[in-house]
Design a protein around this ligand. Structure first.
Ligand code: NAG
Length: 220
């Protein structure tokens, strides 16, 4: 009896946490909890759609790895993040320590390499470091001017099998709205079928994990 009650309460709390989570058919719009603790790039929500959100990022600065050829998103992200983690720990030209930020981005692009896909992992440079981000071997600074992103949120630890599924779901929800054309046109200059996975949590956080798929585009 006691065990049954216990199980029931676990199930009920699971259900309530699931229903609190905005899923595919609802609006998204969780501000990742991580961003109340560490610095994240600011953005404005231009449109809250069904299962997606359109954001505008004003200028931002990122430090990025070289393209990593790998068959696994998870493995590529881990090896890219390790380089970036050493960088913020002081493995850079100024031996400067840099505060942790979020999200960590992994850009997924088609490639001519052995796995037909390559990954670039990026770290958001805190505002205090943007005037003079320390250089480091093998890493590149990227300065973004204003960019728009169609965004879908999902939770949990990201698995390789999530990526295609979540990107397709974002694409479907855009097609079901008036945004698909705008996003497609806005991507004309960048390689198509490129998208970004944004992760906001450390591997040691088990709850309230926020991940996002971003499709970046330009808009007049
Ligand atoms: C982005 O720029 C616009 C136009 O200058 C401004 O109104 C907005 O507050 C800025 N947003 C953020 C998050 O800084």
């Amino acid at each position: 009896m006691a065990t049954n009650l216990f199980n029931l309460s676990v199930v009920l709390s699971l259900i309530s946490s699931l229903t609190n989570w905005p899923n595919t058919n609802q609006n998204i719009g969780i501000s990742p909890p991580t961003c109340s603790r560490i610095e994240c790039p600011g953005y404005d929500v231009i449109h809250a759609g069904n299962g997606f959100e359109i954001r505008r990022y004003n200028s931002s600065m990122w430090i990025s790895t070289s393209p990593i050829d790998d068959i696994s998103f998870v493995d590529a992200t881990r090896s890219g993040f390790l380089q970036l983690f050493k960088y913020i720990q002081g493995k850079n030209k100024y031996s400067e320590k840099i505060e942790m930020t979020a999200p960590v981005l992994t850009q997924v692009s088609p490639s001519d390499g052995p796995f037909c896909v390559s990954f670039v992992v990026s770290f958001y440079v805190p505002k205090v470091n943007q005037a003079d981000p320390p250089p480091a071997k093998g890493l590149h600074v990227q300065k973004w001017s204003t960019k728009y992103a169609a965004v879908r949120q999902f939770t949990g630890f990201v698995k390789d099998s999530d990526i295609g599924v979540e990107a397709a779901a974002l694409h479907e929800s855009l097609v079901a709205s008036s945004w698909a054309d705008i996003v497609d046109k806005g991507q004309a200059t960048s390689p198509p079928s490129t998208y970004i996975v944004a992760q906001y949590n450390s591997p040691f956080e088990f709850e309230n994990r926020v991940n996002e798929i971003w499709m970046m585009f330009d808009m007049k």
